[in-house]
Design a protein around this ligand. Structure first.
Ligand SMILES: [Zn+2]
Ligand SMILES: [Zn+2]
Length: 145
């Protein structure tokens, strides 16, 4: 069954045709500035399971260790719907808010907690990481794996 993530105006969409791999909360400063909220919630999908529709632009920024991240956003309303990075080149991270689905699966990991706001309360049982996971510790396994 397909699910659609879309920008605020609906012109740019990411349509997913398979199960997500993982949902992660990120507290990094780049995500805070990108989204305007103190932490973000993002879902990983294989690129082969994602179809991008509609006009969009790409903003490239520096990530860790010289790797680049490419944000895909709607030039009309400015919403970033997804991005891809050189750390996990076969995956898209899609912002969970773009699905606007309160039944969407909960996050299972919390990364970049070194820049977490002090008042944030995380779901019980979540995995904690002071920074990002390292590239070789994030195989694209399913959430069940
Ligand atoms: Zn838009
Ligand atoms: Zn982040």
């Amino acid at each position: 069954m397909e699910k659609t993530a879309q920008c605020a105006c609906g012109a740019f969409r990411a349509i997913v045709s398979a199960e997500l791999l993982r949902v992660t909360i990120c507290h990094c400063g780049a995500c805070q500035r990108r989204s305007g909220v103190p932490w973000t919630c993002n879902a990983y999908y294989r690129k082969s399971d994602v179809r991008l529709e509609g006009h969009h632009k790409v903003y490239t920024r520096d990530g860790q260790e010289g790797r680049k991240l490419r944000h895909h956003f709607c030039p009309e309303c400015g919403t970033t719907v997804c991005w891809t990075g050189e750390k996990f080149p076969d995956l898209y991270e899609i912002v969970v808010g773009a699905f606007a689905d309160p039944g969407y699966p909960a996050p299972t990991a919390s990364v970049f907690e070194e820049s977490m706001h002090s008042w944030v309360i995380l779901p019980p049982g979540i995995e904690h990481f002071p920074q990002g996971r390292t590239a070789n510790t994030v195989p694209p396994t399913t959430m069940k794996g």
